[in-house]
Design a protein around this ligand. Sequence first.
Ligand SMILES: Cc1cc2nc3c(=O)[nH]c(=O)nc-3n(C[C@H](O)[C@H](O)[C@H](O)COP(=O)(O)OP(=O)(O)OC[C@H]3O[C@@H](n4cnc5c(N)ncnc54)[C@H](O)[C@@H]3O)c2cc1C
Length: 524
Amino acid sequence: MEKEFDFLVIGSGIAGSSFALKVADFGKVAVVSKDRLQETNTSYAQGGIAAVSSKPDTFAKHIKDTLIAGDGLCNKDVVEMVVREAPKQIDELIKWGVQFDTNTTGEYDMAKEGGHTEHRILHHKDNTGFEIQRVLSRKIKDHPNITVFENYFAVDLITQHHLGKLVRRSHDDIECYGAYVFDIESGHVHNFLAKITIIASGGIGNLYATTTNPHIATGDGIAMVSRAKGIAENMEFVQFHPTSLYNPGERPSFLITEAMRGYGAVLKGKNGREFMQKYDKRGSLAPRDIVARAIDNEMKIHGEDHVYLDCTYLDPEELRQHFPTIYEKCNSIGIDITSDMIPVVPAAHYLCGGIKVDGNGKTWINNLYAIGETSSTGLHGANRLASNSLIEAIVYADRAAQDALRHIKGITFKKGIPAWDESGTSHPEEMVLITQNCRELQQIFSYYVGIVRSNLRLKRAMDRLEIIYHETEELYKKSRLSVKLCELRNLINVGYLIIRMAQQREESRGLHYNIDYPPDSKKN
Ligand SMILES: Cc1cc2nc3c(=O)[nH]c(=O)nc-3n(C[C@H](O)[C@H](O)[C@H](O)COP(=O)(O)OP(=O)(O)OC[C@H]3O[C@@H](n4cnc5c(N)ncnc54)[C@H](O)[C@@H]3O)c2cc1C
């Protein structure tokens, strides 16, 4: 079945939902989400959203902190633009109904996180993302011009390729006409035709065995764009959150926010001794990559499977008040954070690279934008400063919306797009072929393409990936669509990009740490 929308938005997190709200007064919008609207990385964000609000903070300081974290690879113009446009976007979130915590004088309570030199993180207790998602989901459901498609899975972008034309990555005239979208409940694939298509499909955490990301984060958008001959970049920069709750078997791993270290909690070994000063003079408040590598190293030296975060000496009442979600979660597995140290372990958390876009979120493919975690804007460079991703998503949603509204008048719906062809396929005989390949993939990435890499590990990962790739492609060709198989295929695509770009980067920089290239051998 064919459906026509002015704007097709793939993803209902902060990026997709805010884009939808910004264009909905000017055209028909479809928001497609492969799970429930609220099942997004956005909902899981705890710490907050960074923006300069008042003295002594300044734009210059936020810009400088972001550039330092990015380790020489940020696009300075983009950093300046995002930092300067951030306060206006925060105002819009507040206008839409998002509630940020205030202090006793009624001003917004600004928290401080690792790598930030000032208090500039707006937050809603320790579940900021949930609050933002709550408001955005309600607003998009209420808007008469927005149709929400929950449990619809975008499979592939529609381009000239589907009209029988040869499309190459070097061509600059590739056009996107919408996407093939799979209705998970009915099993039908629909042609969603659109004048403008937006990829806002989030991250890739499920490529790894331990991740803070919910199950939706399988890099679908990046894989779709790559298959459509668009461009991805900076894929080697995968951020590991240093402190997820060590609770074997739990997926996603529960995150212990950085704000806790900002609040005074310190990292300790199993012997009860602090170790961060050995690695960085900022101690437990050092940037994420340094803390994650330090924990990785401590665990390897001592043969332990976790370290501890100690907040037992902080005021118990204030702890409970500031971090109610963490308090409850830990309590549910028998840890009282006011008297027990919290066992923590690093987990795959955020992808700094992604689909290459310009200053308005436009991709290499015409009429196609990418915003939010799936995109690579140049803001994060080689490492993301904490709490800079929610703000990036909403600033780029705004810029993409303005740009799309300027261009949409000249675009028409494409006619003659063929229906999805399922001939010659049947249901996969054995789901175990998919689940086992997925598990293997996650092991490969955790062991060989994780926090610390080497040339040999990367080669080994690529060799193993080739095998899984061929097996999966063969299965895909003869199987009817299933979400699990599509996601596996997408993760393999994304994994290939990560390894290839990691191999091409012959240095250690930011989040990409390769023992064959010591940090002092960094180029320029
Ligand atoms: C535990 C945790 C804590 C975090 N804390 C912070 C923080 O404090 N501050 C901060 O700035 N950032 C934080 N982040 C990062 C931040 O939450 C994300 O980068 C951001 O929310 C991404 O938003 P998004 O809109 O790009 O994607 P998401 O919010 O992940 O939304 C992706 C959407 O795409 C949909 N989708 C994906 N693939 C398909 C497909 N094939 N078809 C249809 N739909 C699809 C999903 O269903 C979902 O609706 C945190 C992340 C996690 C996981």
